[in-house]
Structure formats: C-alpha cells, structure tokens
Design a binder for this molecule. Structure first.
Ligand code: SF4
Ligand SMILES: [Zn+2]
Length: 392
C-alpha cells in the first residue's frame, strides 16, 4: 500500500506596495528585520509617520463629512487631537508604537499619562505639528473632491522567475490603498480650489482631460519631503502611482485614471535638518521646485545656527504636491519593476530558508538618512556611518 504524501499548502504571497515593495527598496535587510523577524515590532520613524499621516487624513475626511466641519483651520486640541488619538489607538492595536519624541500619547486622566516629563496635558510634538498642517493646508481643497476614501486595491500577477518546486507560488498578490477623486467632484469644485489650479497648470493633465468625459484621480500621502528628481525615491513613487492606477483599472466601477497626486507632508513644516537639505538641493539646482524672490533670499541667508525662516505658504504648497500623469508605457515599466522586486524578495526568502543566514540573504543598503533612524544598525553588518548609534 502506498501512502499519499500531503501536498504543501498552496499560498499566494501578498505584497503591499508601500509596506513591502517600497520598504524593501529602501533597505532589504531593514525590511527583513522589520517584517519577518520574531523581534518585537518596531517601526522606523518614517514608516510609522507614513502610516500615521495616512490614517489621520482618512479619519479627518470622515469627520469632515459626518460632522460637517467645513470651516478651516481646525482647532488642534478639540478637533485634530481626537483624530490623532484614534489613529494611534488603531496603530497600537496592530503593534505599531510611536517612536520616542515623535508623538505624545497623553490621553487625559491618570490611565494613560504618556511619556513626556510633564504629563498633565497633550504635547504637540513633530507628528502632531505635521498632521495639523496637513489637515489645515490640504483638507479644505482635497476633502470636497474625494469621491471614495480608502479604496482597497488588489491584483494578482504571475510570479517572476517562477521555478516549479522552488518558488513558493506561481502567482503573487499586490495591494494598496488610495483615495479616489472623481471628475464630477472636480467639476463642482469652487474656483478657488488650489488642487484644481495646480492640475490645470499641468500640461499633460490639460491635454488628457480634453479627450474624456469622466475620469478619476488617485491620491496618496507621503510622510516625507519631496525627493530630488531622478533619485531612487522619486522613481519609486512614480512606479507606485502607476501601479495603483493599474490596480484601480481592474475594479469594475472605475473610470480611467488620468493622474495620481502625492502629497509630501513634511514640506508643510520644516525643521532645521529639512531646511539644510533643501538649501543643499537649491544650491546644487537639484530640485524641480526652486524658490524665488523672498523665499530664495530667506533660504540663502539662513545660517544653521539660527531658527528656520518661514518660507511662503505658496512655495510650501507647491513643494508638497506632486502630480504624476498616468501613461501606458510608464505603467508597464512600473509593473515590470515591481515584478522584479518581488522576484528579488522571493529569492532572498529562499536563500534564508536554505540556511544562508539573514545577513547573507538580505543585502544591507546603507543610506545615511535611513541608517540614522534604523533600529537594527547596532547589529547590521554595514550601516552608513559605522556601527555607533546616533540620535535620529
Ligand atoms: S543600518 Fe542601514 S544598512 Fe543596516 S539594516 Fe538599517 S538601514 Fe539597512
Ligand atoms: Zn506629552
């Protein structure tokens, strides 16, 4: 009698575009430690803030809609703070605790006094300063255009470099979440809507819009500064938006996606380090949004010893918004690029399963800014700037 062998469970690995693929591209080894370790969950600052700002904007939109809070600016303590606490609660239940000094967890009463030395009231720390700016800058223009918030996208693709009996699966899943703006809402918007103004200044958008009756725009938020054109992040964000457009097109109720909009939230409030970075980009003519007039003068005359000057609101807004036209060519190029990233991740997993060890299976990709904020730098084999821990 022959015994039947139980077959391996059939799994389709699922990759989130931002949580997995962009994370992996930032540093494969950090991604491995973050996602696949049995270590306690710990989040690098940027990833935590990215999740937080996404949640805050969604929840703020829901409250704007439900409570008819149409008057801006919203008050931080009574309107924005409850949104932040709600999102922090949800993130903590998923094991995502705020990195120290980024967010005050004080909730009032004696139950949850928070971590700040003076714990009698909430503190507006970095994450809150930026959340407030994001809501009060983009909320009035963005919320009226949203047709569908937090739309979950999902698609299945062939597993790249598939090998029978070696690959985990012949398919993989890719997921993402976006807000969707519709042409109906865009046409009904008031003439002073800033997002519409920026869209109409974009030549590709104007050309495309002429050919279509109804269309959509997808929106995502980034808890970071605007990257330098041509840099890896600049390109990866472009891939992300194109891939989201492809995923959206698979949904039966969708209209053609004309453009994607990314909001770089950190541009709305700059700390010293951000301003130093911007100054460097301006001196080297690296950025696509150059300051002029007073902004240029303020920036060039600023010395790092002094507190950062206030650049004009319109300059900050322009730097914060990035409009990315959806094109067939770049869409397919992006899908191919992410296929290849999945291929690499799967290879790293197989290598680790075969006993190569973590550090030999997943390459560190040292980049100063990522390594400085990386929780794993003390046992990483190759962090930028050596193994000595620094303050993020
Ligand atoms: S220290 Fe740098 S290279 Fe090492 S895992 Fe962290 S981000 Fe990657
Ligand atoms: Zn506090």
């Amino acid at each position: 009698m022959s015994l039947s062998v139980r077959s391996k469970p059939y799994i389709i690995p699922e990759y989130s575009l931002t949580g997995d693929l962009l994370s992996y591209l930032t540093c494969p080894l950090q991604y491995r430690y973050q996602n696949k370790a049995t270590l306690p969950p710990s989040m690098p600052v940027q990833l935590w803030f990215g999740n937080f700002i996404h949640g805050v904007m969604e929840e703020a939109y829901l409250r704007w809609d439900e409570h008819h809070w149409k008057d801006f600016p919203w008050d931080w303590e009574t309107q924005i703070r409850p949104v932040e606490l709600e999102i922090n609660k949800r993130m903590r239940s998923r094991g995502l605790n705020p990195p120290p000094n980024l967010f005050c967890t004080f909730e009032g009463g004696n139950d949850n006094p928070g971590l700040c030395p003076d714990h009698h009231h909430p503190h507006k720390l970095v994450a809150s300063i930026r959340a407030e700016k994001a809501i009060n800058t983009w909320g009035p223009h963005l919320f009226p255009l949203i047709d569908d918030a937090e739309v979950r996208l999902k698609g299945i693709r062939d597993m790249p470099r598939y090998q029978k009996d070696v690959s985990r699966s012949n398919y993989y899943g890719v997921t993402g979440i976006v807000d969707v703006l519709s042409s109906v809402q865009l046409e009904e918007a008031t003439p002073d809507n800033l997002i519409i103004k920026y869209l109409h200044r974009n030549p590709e958008f104007k050309k495309k819009i002429r050919k279509l009756d109804s269309y959509e725009i997808i929106v995502d938020y980034k808890g970071m500064n605007r990257p330098v054109p041509g840099s890896p992040s600049w390109l990866h964000h472009q891939w992300q938006v194109q891939t989201y457009a492809w995923l959206r097109s698979l949904q039966p109720d969708s209209k053609p996606v004309l453009v994607g909009i990314l909001f770089y939230i950190n541009e709305l409030h700059r700390f010293k380090k951000d301003l130093e970075e911007l100054k460097g980009e301006v001196i080297n003519h690296q950025t696509d949004i150059m300051p002029d007039g007073d902004d240029l003068e303020l920036l060039m005359n600023w010395k790092s010893r002094t507190s950062p000057p206030d650049l004009s609101q319109s300059y900050q807004n322009l730097r914060s918004i990035r409009i990315i036209p959806i094109e067939d060519d770049s869409l397919h190029e992006s899908l191919r690029a992410f296929d290849s990233v999945v291929g690499d991740i799967e290879e790293n997993i197989n290598c680790e399963v075969d006993g190569c060890g973590i550090q030999n299976s997943w390459n560190p990709q040292p980049e100063r800014r990522t390594c400085d904020a990386c929780d794993f730098r003390t046992f990483c084999s190759n962090p930028a700037g050596g193994t000595k821990p620094t303050v993020p």
